[in-house]
Write a protein that binds this ligand. Structure first.
Ligand SMILES: [Fe+2]
Length: 439
């Protein structure tokens, strides 16, 4: 464990101590070892069953409440967004939304966009209560429906969520082609929106204007992961964008392993870390705010090794929150992650790593074995922490730093057969950085 990441603070399962520590800016911690959010049965297959995650609360996950056709006083779905029930999103997707606590109707009606709702099907999901008590909020109800292997690759679907008497608006999304079947696509990237939801709204709208196929987010969505009001504001800022585009999140230290995070994000098991196959790319999302440092040096390191060895994907991307290489001195580089993960990235063809945590844009030189190498011969480390959180301007010259720019920004990456073309833009559309990586 290094000073850059975490210190163990016992007996933190929310409550006033957590709030005081947050107010004091003491934001790096391991929650008490309580077993984890995802100790329910794990499989790489898409599971239709929904479990109540524990997050940083004690206890074991329990089955969620199956759909019942009953509505509360405020059953209108809100914060509707797509989720990732398995690594192959060409045939499966999740829908997640909130309602009042009394509503138990958890239905999705979906079908081909052409002619919807003709030929639409209804699928039942489940819901559960989460949160409550930590900052005087909740409990809150979330609903989830998983369409497991019910979709056709490369097809546009329409859907609505809720149930009879409380349907959401109709949204549409398009499934990607089957994994490995295409090499041209567009990815938008950002991180660290916490506490600045107007900026987050503008930034995401700007990203959406480029019509990305996929969005990657490097963590710290909210200031305090146990505060539902912040999650409501974060999702409200997204409008309908995340109801029609997939966002792949990494867990940030401000998410605090909160039950809210695992309730609101539908992710492949074990949720803290997971793989997504998109076209001919392998995307590995990791968690660097953990209960036990063995999770980084052993469990997730083994996951990385296993996934990278098994994959034939020519392009490999890693996504986590706290950067292994950063010239920004506020948090600096996480030397533990550099020790535990960078050799795996660099020896297994990871093209680039997206992190955040330092509120700045940074790009490293290509790195292999701790040294600068020619483009295509190593891993490029990106820091994208400019989605609204207060900017950090203090930067020190380091051998690995290629670009550092403390401003709000997002990244658009166009993947093609031979290269990935990156353009980094500020909120006004000005270009901050432009570079390309060979594929
Ligand atoms: Fe952070």
């Amino acid at each position: 464990m290094g000073p850059g990441r975490t210190a163990f603070i016992p007996c933190l399962n929310g409550g006033p101590a957590l709030v005081l520590l947050l107010a004091a800016g003491c934001i790096d911690f391991y929650p008490e070892d309580t077993g984890g959010p995802s100790v329910h049965p794990q499989t790489t297959a898409c599971q239709t069953e929904i479990w109540v995650p524990t997050g940083n609360l004690p206890g074991q996950p329990l089955p969620a409440t199956p759909h019942q056709a009953s509505l509360g006083a405020a059953p209108t779905p809100y914060s509707v967004h797509l989720g990732i029930p398995e690594r192959d999103l060409s045939r499966s997707v999740s829908m997640v939304w909130n309602t009042d606590t009394a509503t138990l109707s958890s239905l999705v009606e979906f079908g081909p966009a052409d002619g919807f709702p003709d030929n639409a099907e209804q699928v039942e999901g489940a819901s559960f209560l989460y949160g409550g008590g930590v900052v005087g909020e909740g409990p809150n109800r979330v609903h989830e429906v998983r369409l497991c292997e019910r979709l056709t690759p490369g097809t546009t679907y329409s859907y609505r969520v809720g149930g009879q008497g409380a349907w959401s608006p109709i949204y549409s999304f398009t499934t990607p082609g089957a994994p490995g079947s295409f090499s041209s696509f567009r990815v938008a990237m950002a991180g660290d929106s916490r506490g600045a939801y107007a900026t987050w709204a503008s930034l995401l709208a700007a990203m959406d204007s480029h019509q990305p196929d996929l969005i990657l987010f490097s963590g710290d969505m909210v200031e305090l992961g146990v505060n539902q009001e912040e999650w409501d504001r974060w999702f409200e800022a997204t409008g309908d964008i995340l109801a029609r585009r997939i966002l792949v999140p990494a867990h940030g230290n401000h998410e605090f392993l909160a039950q809210h995070y695992f309730a609101l994000w539908s992710l492949p098991e074990p949720e803290e870390y997971f793989a997504v196959d998109w076209g001919d790319a392998l995307i590995l999302a990791l968690n660097d705010t953990v209960r036990d440092s063995n999770s980084i040096s052993t469990t997730q390191a083994q996951f990385l090794e296993r996934e990278l060895a098994a994959s034939a994907a020519p392009t490999r991307i890693a996504l986590h929150h706290q950067p292994a290489y950063s010239t920004c001195t506020t948090h600096g580089s996480d030397l533990d992650l550099r020790l535990d993960w960078s050799p795996i990235f660099e020896n297994n063809g990871v093209d680039f790593v997206l992190a955040g945590h330092n509120h700045i844009y940074e790009r490293s030189v290509p790195i292999a074995n701790g040294r600068q190498v020619e483009p295509g011969q190593g891993t490029v480390y990106l820091v994208s922490g400019g989605a609204g959180a207060p900017l950090y301007t203090n930067v020190e010259g380091e051998w690995f730093g290629a670009v550092a720019s403390p401003q709000e920004h997002y990244i658009i990456a166009d993947f093609g057969p031979d290269s990935i073309e990156f353009v980094v833009r500020g909120l006004s559309g000005e270009v901050i950085d432009r570079f390309s990586l060979p594929r």
